[in-house]
Write a protein that binds this ligand. Structure first.
Ligand code: T1G
Length: 704
């Protein structure tokens, strides 16, 4: 689309209509701002034009600046749309549908009036990509909603629905939206002759709020400190809003622009931009025909009403999709439904869900006691006990009861899906849909492609995940698939370093300083040490060479199974979740080390960090080599949404590139010499190091 045509201007009934048409989301890409300025000047100069409307073509208003342009050299624009709007003599109405975000809302705030359709959302989400509103948003928004609400909107970056935006005065009116253009023109005609023109920059009455609560900026600093740890943008957002309350408008704009410049190329902003596009790229599976006819999934069933099955059923009800929940045992089914009710009730108590919404979601979940009753569903997800024989029995049953074109998905986290599919007459309709705990919360939805899975089934599963608000990621069928498999070296090194002398709280501190909300040993205590202990026991039973972990095994055998027992890696006071370092654990560690003739030593924090993360970088490369994942950035997205990897570091491979593939390869090669086979460097990593290539740009050459 040539720069000229990304903005259209036409006049209807004395109203100049400026339409931004720059798919997919009318971002302020090349030519858009200039196009808006040209249209505004045309309208100003045209005597037949009494007022103007600014709107977006397609599915949305302007979704902000073009994020792809950041970090690239850009000419300083001679004019800015915001200033041209401010200097205008004719009223301009922003007509908002879809999203008005970032520079989109900033343009709307520079217009004289704003109207929106009921489903519209507005916001200044720049902080989520490591920057701040750079088009006057930090100066104009506080003048409308007051500094306190502006702080909340700008530091959280949340999207505000139209009704709340109306209540807060961000938009002047809600229009039906049946015919946006027509309704906006009518609205503009209604105000065309009103003078003086209401410019937001001239308003200051709401800024006085700061006099009654001068401490609001420090309150915001405290409020957001924990959530925004390690990120420079929130503090600068607060400083910019503070400037709106202490400086004249144009000086405030200059302050905003300076602060923006300090953030645009920060490491955190680059990492958050990488994460933004990686989360969109993960939806694409190379080689999948674009015109595939996908089987429609409108009704779901879930087999197994345990913790996982219940969470999975909630994930569908939360997305408004009817779901049947079946379990062989009436008692387990009732307990499962009870647990779902409790979860929703907790959300209602916390105020994150209304009672009405809870009732609606519960009504979408139908408990049934027989498999026959789910036969008419479009697809089913099996979430029963993680044992192959149990899974096979269930899939034989599903193949018998489910309608012929129904899709059969399994939530197994590691078992061979080819074996499961082989017991059915429709292996092409079988795939893995792997959730992470808690299933109704974690966004990652790992879609596992088995050797007989049809492209339609794979694509339908990927779409299903997106339809319920998850991030669907492709994985090949292998032990642990992509996400869990890439995590195994992390968990192994976590435990081996403790045998060698590093202490759990030291390792936890390193990872919390790195940006994790909670260290790995505390996470283990929360999820229960007995779960992974049982998995190790099963693996040992299946493979005598499987290496047990004597220290966590010893903890479990000593009854220290974690938070639920008041002791695990840490000790906990009754009714309190605060972890306390426990000398008993250190004593057990020393005892196991002595019994296993392990010489203990001290560790630097850097060694701990690299031992934990380099192994998984190496495994990422092996997974890509084997074609069990599409691209490195997918695995990064899986760690962001499956394992809580700190978002402002972009992802594991993106972070790896801040050190360089060569340094990582050399270290791994050295550990290979020292520790043996588990550190055998991936061939792909060696080649990338040699070529000084980027880890985050690695892709599988062929999916297998
Ligand atoms: N720039 C470039 N591309 C964008 C984009 C943007 N701002 N927003 C979306 N896309 C692409 C996206 O990569 C995808 O591409 C397609 O559009 C659909 O997006 C001066 C400095 C609007 C809520 O942060 O939050 O303004 O993968 O899959 O789920 O102060 O996109 O199809 O090739 O996400 O319906 C501030 C970012 C910028 C908004 C729609 N704005 N976008 O969600 O679709 S900074 C934002 C979103 C700024 C000013 C500053 C979402 C959405 P592709 P999608 P969606």
């Amino acid at each position: 689309m040539s720069e000229q045509s990304v903005v259209r201007f036409d006049v209807e009934d004395g109203i100049g209509v400026i339409t931004v048409d720059y798919p997919p989301v009318n971002a302020l890409g090349p030519g858009v701002s200039d196009g808006i300025i040209a249209a505004l000047e045309k309208g100003e100069a045209d005597p037949n034009v009494r007022a103007m409307v600014l709107m977006g073509a397609g599915r949305t208003f302007i979704a902000g600046a073009d994020i792809r342009q950041f970090g690239k050299p850009r000419a300083v624009p001679a004019k800015r749309t915001y200033d041209v709007l401010d200097q205008g003599k004719k009223p301009v109405v922003a007509a908002i549908h879809g999203y008005a975000l970032g520079g989109g809302l900033e343009n709307a705030l520079a217009c004289h009036y704003r109207v929106a359709v009921p489903s519209a959302k507005v916001g200044l989400p720049e902080v989520q990509i490591g920057i701040l509103p750079g088009g006057g948003g930090t100066q104009r928004l506080p003048r409308i909603v007051g500094p306190k609400v502006a702080l909340d909107m700008i530091v959280s970056g949340r999207h505000v629905p139209a009704d709340e935006a109306k209540t807060r005065g961000i938009i002047d009116d809600i229009i039906p939206g049946k015919d946006l253009r027509k309704e906006a023109i009518a609205w503009a005609k209604g105000i065309a002759d009103k003078r003086p023109l209401p410019r937001v920059r001239d308003r200051s009455e709401r800024l006085a709020e700061v006099k009654t609560d001068p401490g609001m900026f420090d309150t915001a600093r405290k409020q957001y400190a924990r959530r925004m740890r390690g990120q420079p943008a929130p503090e600068k957002c607060i400083q910019a809003v503070e400037a709106a309350c202490t400086q004249p408008f144009d000086e405030g704009i200059a302050t905003e622009r300076r602060l923006f410049g300090e953030l645009e190329n920060s490491p955190e902003a680059k990492a958050l931009r990488y994460a933004f596009f990686a989360e969109r790229e993960i939806a694409r599976i190379p080689g999948l025909p674009k015109d595939l006819k996908l089987p429609e999934i409108k009704t779901m069933a879930v087999v197994g009403a345990g913790t996982m099955g219940g969470g999975i059923a909630m994930s569908f009800a939360d997305a408004g999709m009817p779901v049947k929940l079946v379990d062989a045992s009436k008692e387990v089914l009732e307990r499962g439904i009870g647990r779902i009710r409790d979860n929703y009730a907790t959300s209602v108590k916390r105020g994150s869900l209304t009672q009405e919404e809870m009732d609606k979601r519960i009504s979408l979940i139908t408990p049934v006691e027989t498999m026959e009753e789910i036969g008419d569903c479009d697809a089913v997800i099996e979430a029963v006990f993680e044992r192959m024989d149990v899974k096979k029995d269930v899939f034989k049953e599903l193949d018998r009861v489910m309608k012929p074109d129904a899709l059969l998905f399994t939530n197994t986290s590691a078992l061979d899906i080819d074996q499961i599919a082989a017991v059915t007459s429709r292996p092409e309709k079988v795939a893995g849909t792997h959730y992470f705990v808690p299933a109704n919360v974690m966004k990652l939805f790992e879609v596992v492609n088995a050797s007989k899975t049809a492209p339609e089934t794979l694509a339908a599963a990927m779409k299903l995940g997106r339809d319920i608000g998850k991030i669907s990621g492709y994985a090949g069928n292998c032990d642990g698939f992509a996400a869990n498999r890439s995590r195994i070296p992390f968990t192994m090194e976590q435990n081996l370093m403790v045998e060698e002398g590093a202490l759990p709280h030291q390792i936890d501190k390193v990872m919390e300083d790195f940006g994790y909300p909670v260290g790995p040993f505390k996470v283990n205590d929360m999820s229960g040490l007995d779960i992974s202990y049982d998995t190790r026991k099963r693996r040992k039973a299946a493979d005598p060479n499987y290496r047990m972990l004597p220290i966590p095994d010893g903890l479990v055998e000593a009854g220290r199974v974690g938070l639920k027992a008041g002791k695990g890696w840490y000790r906990y006071e009754k009714g309190d979740r605060t972890p306390h370092v426990d000398p008993e654990v250190e004593a057990l560690i020393k005892k196991v080390a002595t019994e296993n003739n392990i010489t203990q030593r001290s560790f630097t924090n850097e060694e701990i960090l690299h031992r934990l993360l380099f192994g998984s970088i190496n495994e990422f490369c092996k997974i890509l080599e084997e074609g069990k994942a599409v691209r490195a950035s997918d695995l990064d997205v899986m760690w962001l949404h499956g394992f809580g990897f700190p978002r402002y570091r972009g992802g594991l491979m993106f972070w790896g590139d801040t050190l360089g593939a060569r340094e990582i390869y050399n270290q791994i090669a050295a550990w290979h010499q020292r520790y043996g086979a588990r550190w055998k460097p991936s061939e792909l990593l060696r080649r990338t190091a040699e070529a000084n290539g980027k880890l985050a740009e690695l892709k599988a050459d062929k999916l297998r």
